[in-house]
Design a protein around this ligand. Structure first.
Ligand code: UDP
Ligand code: MG
Length: 155
């Protein structure tokens, strides 16, 4: 049964890049059946980080979060597929790796609530906003794969 196709933003945070986990993290999400429609490496500056995490401004962890996310390069990508937001959030695991289930990215590789390896949008509406923060519309590729018909039943 086909459901609405969504796009979601995923970031491999500086700890994931430094630890050589870009590939393993992508492999899990791509292997799930989600289609990568944009990706790039960048080093966020303070302004961009504050914009991305604006919803957390004023919280006790905000300063440390901005320092951490700007401490090294990250990889940003847009993933597309039915219920992509929920699928990615579940594959990431709980924010605190100690509470993340085994088999999730944070549950398998994370220790610290700050250095928790990945970011994923938490709703389709926020995803749209976050994707626009990282990518020009022209950087998002519209294509289909032959295997897509083996991932979702036709409507
Ligand atoms: N964070 C933190 N301490 C906290 C809560 C969050 O350092 O007590 C960091 C952590 O890196 C997290 C990010 O802030 O991923 C954004 O928090 P959010 O609640 O949105 O968690 P997420 O959506 O990433 O699971
Ligand atoms: Mg969040």
């Amino acid at each position: 049964m086909a459901s609405t196709v969504e796009q979601t933003l995923v970031l491999v945070k500086p700890d994931g890049v430094q630890r050589g986990l870009i590939g393993p993290i992508f492999t899990r999400l791509e292997g799930r059946g989600l289609r990568i429609v944009a990706m790039k490496m960048l080093h966020m500056d303070d302004k961009m980080a504050r914009g991305h995490y604006a919803v957390h401004e004023g919280k006790p962890f905000f300063k440390g979060l901005v320092e951490f996310i700007t401490s090294g390069p990250i990889v940003a990508m847009v993933l597309e597929g039915p219920r992509a937001v929920e699928l990615v959030r579940n594959a990431m695991g709980a924010t605190d790796p100690a509470k993340a289930a085994p088999g999730t990215i944070r549950g398998d590789w994370g220790v610290d609530i700050g250095m928790n390896l990945v970011h994923g949008s938490d709703s389709a509406a926020n995803a749209r906003h976050e994707i626009d923060h990282f990518f020009d519309r022209s950087e998002i590729v519209d294509y289909e794969r032959d295997i897509d018909k083996w991932i979702v039943e036709a409507a």
